[in-house]
Design a protein around this ligand. Structure first.
Ligand SMILES: Cc1cc2nc3c(=O)[nH]c(=O)nc-3n(C[C@H](O)[C@H](O)[C@H](O)COP(=O)(O)OP(=O)(O)OC[C@H]3O[C@@H](n4cnc5c(N)ncnc54)[C@H](O)[C@@H]3O)c2cc1C
Length: 484
């Protein structure tokens, strides 16, 4: 590696990981310290991590993330700051809903069922997703008492336990489990309700009942998501990789090292950090932001701080694959009456969800084509990832054809694997992260960012990059708190 020519006053900063979290952190560091030396290390041959857009045959294919929530402002604000404000587009107006498979039929998610809070009785009572027994159990939710431990600020439980306790096992199995699997590809018996559904958890704390909380929100008009959560998701007209490119373009004088997996991170005596690519290539830095999935961060930090390594190791990651299938519209008999479907695990199928990309957003495929992304694997079916690409595509095609009534083979089929990319926020996750943050705070010049800690969505990752940059600069005494 070329020698670093910096004056003693020029701080040398490194970001490890070139996903949205690391790139945001680097961009923010550059804004805060225009004259710092800034290096970004990325293991793969491209920037973006889970944000990967491909273009071919008039298609715009989001292989990983495809949109972001605009009620958490960090990502929207970042896009605007980077001059991408005009490219932010909402989902199509219609058919703004999700579908759930039940007994081989697709059903609309009852309007007003958001964040586990049934805000409207009518749609919950008329849905054919639930039996009468399930509906009566749901209505009885107002009468169910809460556990005493709920008063304890640290109390947590699994999503399965919370949803079954409050709403009954039918609502859990047929609605909550698949809707959450569509987001976290997770095992609901381990998933933390405090970390993943804080609104529902807080609703029980405050009102003693989710239905009561929903009715109160309706009265005060405070409900943000009533029945149309898709209205809060946006994307970029020309693909999410526009954000990745804009971040790199607006971070001047950043040394980007692609194909450079970092293998070790060691503190040195003079309060610096040595970033190692190999025993021969080691570079000193004053400050480092590690923006990696937790298992990769563990590898770098376990030897430096065994306690920190142990804590990071407790955040497991699930893998998934996305089969991208393109059909002519006239091959599909289903009306595609939603933006996609989720598949409850009790249905005994192998696919987790399917997103009808070209129905959800404009400009994803020519008008006579349908672009569908099928999700396979996750925490509940990790064994499927051992299959070959062809086998996964085949199973996705077969199940989709059965559910949507599709004739013949797709015009195009691609598979993208996301190995260990989705963190699993298990019960106790928030306390675990509090502990990790206090351990990191003992190391001057070290910060963590990424989806492992306080949210998996793009806005939370952007926020984590912003905060890590700010903290690093402050902890190195390079900026007064409140500046920038
Ligand atoms: C399939 C899928 C779909 C999703 N869909 C959405 C969605 O629609 N909306 C939404 O808001 N969120 C979505 N998410 C979540 C969100 O996209 C991710 O949480 C987010 O993109 C993670 O960004 P990151 O930078 O923290 O991590 P990553 O994107 O994982 O980036 C980490 C980077 O670090 C690099 N790296 C790893 N090890 C090393 C090393 N040793 N040295 C150097 N570099 C290394 C990796 O190559 C990678 O580029 C989705 C996630 C998945 C998996």
């Amino acid at each position: 590696m070329t020698a670093l020519h910096t004056s003693p006053e020029t701080p040398r900063l490194a970001v490890i990981g070139g996903g949205i979290s690391g790139l945001t952190a680097a961009y923010r560091l550059r804004k805060l310290l225009p004259h710092a030396q800034l290096d970004l290390f990325e293991a793969s041959e491209r920037l973006g991590g889970v944000l990967l857009t491909r273009r071919a045959e008039g298609l715009l294919i989001e292989c990983g993330a495809d949109s972001f929530f605009n009620k958490l402002p960090a990502a929207v604000e970042l896009c605007r700051e980077l001059g991408l404000g005009d490219e932010i587009i909402p989902t199509n107006e219609e058919p703004r809903r999700a579908l759930i498979l039940h007994d081989e039929q697709l059903h609309r998610v009852p309007e007003g069922f958001v964040q586990m809070r049934p805000e409207k009785y009518g749609p919950m009572l008329s849905t054919r997703l639930l039996s009468w027994r399930g509906k009566l159990r749901l209505l009885a939710e107002r009468l169910i008492s809460s556990p005493k431990e709920l008063a304890n600020a640290d109390y947590d439980e699994s999503v399965a336990s919370f949803a079954t306790r409050r709403l009954g096992s039918e609502v859990f199995e047929r609605m909550v489990q698949p809707l959450l699997a569509g987001v976290y590809t997770a095992d609901p018996y381990q998933l933390s309700v405090a970390a993943t559904m804080p609104t529902a958890f807080e609703a029980e704390r405050q009102y003693g009942s989710l239905i009561r909380a929903a009715l109160a929100a309706r009265k005060s008009n405070a409900s943000a998501d009533s029945g149309a959560r898709y209205g809060s998701f946006v994307t970029l007209r020309n693909g999410l990789d526009r954000l990745i490119k804009a971040l790199a373009d607006h971070t001047p004088n950043m040394n980007i090292h692609l194909n450079t997996p970092i293998t070790k991170l060691t503190p040195t005596a003079n309060q610096r950090w040595t970033v190692s690519q190999s025993p021969e290539i080691e570079t000193p830095f004053d400050g480092v932001i590690v923006a990696l999935p937790a298992p990769r961060a563990t590898q770098l930090l376990a030897k430096t701080d065994a306690l920190l390594g142990d804590s990071l190791r407790k955040i497991p990651y699930a893998s998934s694959a996305v089969a991208v299938l393109v059909y002519r519209r006239d091959q599909i008999s289903d009306p595609l009456d939603g933006f996609g479907m989720v598949v409850p695990s009790v249905e005994g199928r192998q696919i987790v969800a399917a997103s009808y990309s070209s129905v959800k957003f404009p400009g994803r495929a020519p008008s006579d084509r349908v672009l569908i992304r099928v999700f396979v694997g996750g925490a509940l079916q990790p064994e499927l990832l051992a299959k070959s690409d062809d086998e996964i595509v085949q199973l996705a095609m077969t199940e989709l054809s059965e559910i949507l009534g599709i004739r013949d083979e797709p015009l195009r089929a691609d598979l993208v694997r996301w190995e260990e990319k989705m963190p699993q926020y298990h019960v106790g996750h928030m306390q675990l992260v509090d502990g990790i943050e206090s351990l990191v705070a003992k190391h001057q010049g070290l910060e963590l960012a990424g989806n492992a800690y306080r949210g998996v969505g793009i806005p939370q990752c952007v926020q984590s990059g912003n905060s890590a940059a700010q903290r690093l600069v402050e902890s190195l005494g390079l900026l007064c708190p409140g500046d920038g």
